[in-house]
Ligand binder design. Structure first.
Ligand SMILES: Cc1cc2nc3c(=O)[nH]c(=O)nc-3n(C[C@H](O)[C@H](O)[C@H](O)COP(=O)(O)OP(=O)(O)OC[C@H]3O[C@@H](n4cnc5c(N)ncnc54)[C@H](O)[C@@H]3O)c2cc1C
Length: 377
C-alpha cells in the first residue's frame, strides 16, 4: 500500500464532512476524506427538505437534534457568513390517531423547551393554507429551515483549513482487510490507501461497503420523494413548516415562491437505482388536496427523490464496527442527518480520537453499531 493516513473517511455528505470538521477542530492530523462524485454533498445531503425539526419519535434522536440545533443557531466564529437557520417556525399537528403520542413527547421535553400548544385559530393565522383535520397542534417558534449550502460549505471549508485532505472523484471500490482488520481502502482506479482507521460515511451505500468487507452491520437504504410546486400567489414566504404526524403523514413549507410538499413515502431502494417514481406524485396530490386545498391545482416545478438510510431501531450508527478492527461507522442517519449534523460530528470525532467529551454512556450505547450486527455465519 502507498501512503499511511491516520483516518480515512469514505463519503463527502454531511456525515463525512461533519466528522472531518470536528476532527480538524480537535487537531487530528493525517485525515483524508474520499468522495466518489466530482462535488461534495451531491446525494441525500443535497436532496433533503432542509427542515429544522428537533422533536422525533425517538428520545435519543431528539436529544441529539436539540443539542445540534444549538450549534446550528450559534455556530463557531467564522463557520458561516450567513445564518444557518431561518427560524420561520415549525408546527407539528396530529389528528386523533396521533394526538396523544405527540402530546406525550412534547411534555417529555420539559419546561425549558420553546414550544407552545396552539388553537385551530392560531394555526390558521400562522399557516392559513393548512386545512387538514387537527386534534392538536404545537408551535416551535425557533425551528424552521436550515441553509444546507452554507452548512455543508462551513464543514468543508473548516475541515480543509484544519488540514483535512479532501479528494473528490475518488471512488472507493472496497475496504482492504488484513488479518481480520480493515487496513485501508482500494480506489476504483486501483490506488490503495492505508489507514489506522477507516470511517464509513457513505450514506445509502454504507451498508454494502461494510458487508463486502465482512461486517455484520445491517442498514436499510430507503427512498423518499419531494415536490416543489410552481410559484403561486397564494403562498406567503413567511409561513412556518407544517408537519402532520400519524397515518396521513405529510409536510410542507414555502420554497422558491411555491410550496415544498412531501407525502412521507417510504420504499426500499437499491442505492444505484434511486430514481424518482412518478406514481408518488399522485400520493402527494391526494394529500395536498386534503391538507392544502389552495395548492391542489398547483403544477410541479421540481420533483425528485433521495435516500434515507434506516436502522432497525431508527437510531444512528456511530461507533466502531463490532467485529472488524480499524473500521468505524457514521451512517444510518435516516431523516435527521442535517439537523443532527453538529452533534453527530462531535460524537464521531470524540470517539475516533478518544478526546475528552461529555458523551453519556447511554448515548454511546444507543448509537453503537454492534446493536445492528447480524450474527456472523
Ligand atoms: C426526501 C428527504 C428529505 C429529508 N429531509 C431532511 C430534513 O428536512 N432534515 C434533516 O435533518 N434531514 C433530512 N433528510 C435526511 C438527510 O438528508 C440525511 O440524513 C443525510 O443527508 C445523510 O447524509 P450522509 O452523509 O449519510 O449521506 P449522503 O449525503 O448520501 O452522502 C454519502 C456520500 O458518500 C459518497 N459515497 C458513497 N459510496 C462511496 C464510495 N464507495 N466511495 C466514495 N464515496 C462514496 C456518496 O457519493 C455521497 O456523497 C432527508 C432525506 C431525504 C431523502
Amino acid at each position: 500500500m502507498s501512503r499511511e493516513h491516520s483516518i480515512l473517511i469514505v463519503g463527502g455528505g454531511v456525515a463525512g464532512l461533519a466528522t472531518a470538521w470536528e476532527l480538524a477542530r480537535l487537531g487530528q492530523r493525517g485525515v483524508l476524506l474520499l468522495e466518489r462524485e466530482e462535488q461534495l454533498g451531491s446525494h441525500s445531503s443535497a436532496l433533503n427538505a432542509a427542515i429544522l425539526r428537533t422533536l422525533s419519535s425517538d428520545p435519543i434522536t431528539t436529544r441529539l437534534a436539540r443539542a445540534s440545533a444549538d450549534f446550528l443557531r450559534r455556530p463557531p466564529e467564522g463557520f458561516s457568513e450567513v445564518p444557518l437557520v431561518d427560524p420561520r417556525g415549525l408546527v407539528l399537528v396530529a389528528g386523533s390517531d396521533a394526538a396523544a403520542g405527540l402530546r406525550a413527547r412534547v411534555e417529555a421535553l420539559g419546561p425549558d423547551a420553546k414550544v407552545a400548544e396552539i388553537s385551530q385559530g392560531e394555526l390558521h393565522t400562522l399557516a392559513p393554507a393548512y386545512a387538514g383535520p387537527v386534534a392538536v397542534a404545537f408551535h416551535f417558534p425557533e425551528e424552521g429551515q436550515i441553509d444546507i449550502a452554507a452548512l455543508m460549505q462551513g464543514f468543508a471549508r473548516g475541515a480543509r483549513r484544519g488540514g483535512v485532505g479532501i479528494r473528490t472523484a475518488a471512488a472507493v471500490s472496497e475496504l482492504v482487510c488484513e488479518s481480520g482488520c480493515v487496513a485501508g481502502v482500494r480506489l476504483e482506479n486501483g490506488e490503495r490507501l492505508r489507514a489506522a482507521t477507516t470511517v464509513i460515511a457513505a450514506g445509502g451505500w454504507a451498508g454494502a461497503l461494510g458487508r463486502a468487507a465482512g461486517s455484520g452491520v445491517r442498514l436499510r437504504p430507503t427512498r423518499r420523494h419531494l415536490m416543489v410546486t410552481a410559484p403561486d400567489a397564494a403562498v406567503e414566504r413567511s409561513w412556518p413548516v407544517v408537519w402532520r404526524l400519524g397515518a396521513d403523514e405529510f409536510y410542507c413549507r414555502p420554497e422558491s415562491g411555491g410550496m415544498l410538499l412531501c407525502a412521507c413515502d417510504l420504499s426500499d431502494v437499491e442505492p444505484d437505482r434511486c430514481h424518482a417514481d412518478a406514481g408518488v406524485r399522485d400520493t402527494i396530490a391526494e394529500k395536498t388536496a386534503h391538507q392544502l386545498p389552495a395548492l391542489a391545482e398547483a403544477g410541479a416545478a421540481h420533483f425528485w427523490c433521495g435516500m434515507r438510510t434506516l436502522t432497525e431501531d431508527g437510531r444512528f450508527a456511530i461507533g466502531p464496527d463490532p467485529d472488524l478492527a480499524g473500521l468505524f461507522w457514521v451512517a444510518g442517519l435516516a431523516g435527521a442527518g442535517m439537523v443532527c449534523s453538529g452533534e453527530l460530528g462531535r460524537i464521531a470525532a470524540a470517539r475516533l480520537t478518544g478526546a475528552p467529551a461529555e458523551l453519556p454512556a447511554e448515548i454511546i450505547d444507543a448509537l453503537a453499531p454492534a446493536r445492528l450486527a447480524a450474527p456472523r455465519g
